[in-house]
Design a protein around this ligand. Structure first.
Ligand code: MN
Length: 296
């Protein structure tokens, strides 16, 4: 079976980060510097995983560097379109898009491209402290970092009933709760995650995603507790640990055909610890995502 290959895209854009701290435009450059630590362990097309205690293939084209998409600093819609075009381009070349944002408005841009380039139904695996289900507001408009999931769920073949939001916590809008009930979206709150543990959570997530033809994993770094990922756009205490999310990527990567990591904010970071975590998540996705869960 041919291994799946990933395309790394950067989207250095934080024009829609009007809540929380801007600065995630610097993430693609910073996150790209970090994987050297992992990539130097590749020998003769293999890397050793200390977690699984086994060798894993890492062929030369496992991760193709595609550079940054053409963001337009003053134009959110043009930036979302550029992001969508990059993602769609990779899918059409039979590559898996791996997008480093950028703020979380890119959730919609990524899903738009993924949706347009795939046939069949699409599930969103959404790791985030927040719901991102705001319809629109005067201060944020319709396509902000708070509305990405809402807009993505409006795409024709995105299936709310196969999608799930993981690690959500603390407080959000009553109108978002009503919308969740209306469309039948599911959540695994961070509080439950800690209680159930990774293995049980992954089982629930798999069951939810099972009915969809394709899965896109949208990952806001703020799903991780600020203690482990201080370089984020906003801090929501009580989140997942870095161990939790690394295990999730290792176990769920084979199910996913697209991945983004958004809201990594080098300006708020300490000693690059959040950029290094993001690079590790991306590297885990490439190593453990090479063989699909359901071969065609
Ligand atoms: Mn968030």
């Amino acid at each position: 079976m041919t291994a799946r290959g990933f395309d790394l895209w950067g989207v250095p854009y934080d024009g829609a980060a009007n809540l929380g701290w801007p600065g995630c435009r610097d993430a693609p450059a910073r996150v790209r510097q970090a994987p050297g630590w992992m990539a130097m362990r590749v020998q003769e097309g293999q890397v050793y995983s200390s977690d699984t205690q086994s060798l894993h293939a890492y062929p030369e084209d496992a991760l193709r560097e595609r550079g940054d998409v053409e963001v337009v600093a003053h134009d959110l819609m043009a930036t979302l379109e550029a992001c969508a075009a990059a993602v769609a381009g990779s899918v059409r070349e039979d590559r898996l898009p791996l997008v480093i944002g950028g703020d979380d408005s890119l959730l919609y841009g990524c899903l738009k491209g993924f949706h347009d380039a795939h046939e069949g139904s699409i599930a969103i695996l959404h790791f985030d402290a927040h719901l991102d289900l705001l319809d629109e507001s005067r201060s944020q408009g319709r396509y902000s970092q708070s509305s990405g999931m809402r807009r993505a769920l409006e795409l024709e073949r995105v299936s709310a009933r196969n999608s799930i939001q993981v690690g959500v916590r603390n407080f959000n809008f009553p109108s978002s709760r009503r919308f969740i009930d209306e469309i039948g979206l599911a959540q695994l709150p961070a509080s439950q995650f800690t209680r159930l543990g990774v293995e049980a959570e992954v089982k629930l997530i798999r069951a939810r995603l099972a009915g969809a033809d394709h899965v896109f994993w949208a990952f806001d770094i703020d799903v991780v507790d600020p203690a482990f990922a201080p370089g984020a756009g906003a801090h929501e205490p009580g989140g997942l640990t870095s161990r939790d999310v690394l295990d999730c990527v290792r176990l769920l990567a084979p199910l996913c055909e697209g991945f983004n990591i958004v809201e990594v904010n080098p300006l708020m970071d300490h000693h690059d610890m959040t950029s290094i975590l993001a690079a590790n998540l991306a590297f885990h996705m490439v190593v453990f995502g090479q063989q699909p869960a359901h071969p065609p």
